[in-house]
Ligand binder design. Structure first.
Ligand SMILES: [Zn+2]
Length: 79
C-alpha cells in the first residue's frame, strides 16, 4: 500500500460529465492524498495514476498548485 505522501499524478475524472471536454482532458494534474488535484480544481481519476516524473512536459497542468508540484528534471540536453 502506498503512503499518502507518495507523489502521484492523474487525469481529471471526466466520467462525471455528460460531455467530457476531450481537449482539456489530456492534461495531467498532480494529486493530493484526498484525490483532488493540487490546483484544487479537479477530482482525479485515482485508479489510473502516473509517477509525476513520467508525465510529459506538454501534458502537465500549469495551474497554480500543480505547477509548483511537478518534479524538476535535469534538462535532457545536458547529456
Ligand atoms: Zn492541476
Amino acid at each position: 500500500m502506498t503512503t499518502p505522501e507518495d507523489p502521484w499524478a492523474a487525469q481529471r475524472d471526466a466520467s462525471w460529465y455528460d460531455r467530457p471536454d476531450v481537449r482539456t482532458d489530456k492534461v495531467v494534474h498532480v494529486g493530493r492524498p484526498d484525490s483532488m488535484s493540487k490546483c484544487g480544481r479537479s477530482f482525479l481519476n485515482d485508479y489510473m495514476t502516473w509517477d509525476p516524473q513520467d508525465v510529459a512536459e506538454g501534458l502537465r497542468c500549469r495551474s497554480n498548485g500543480c505547477r509548483q508540484a511537478w518534479p524538476t528534471t535535469p534538462a535532457p540536453a545536458a547529456g
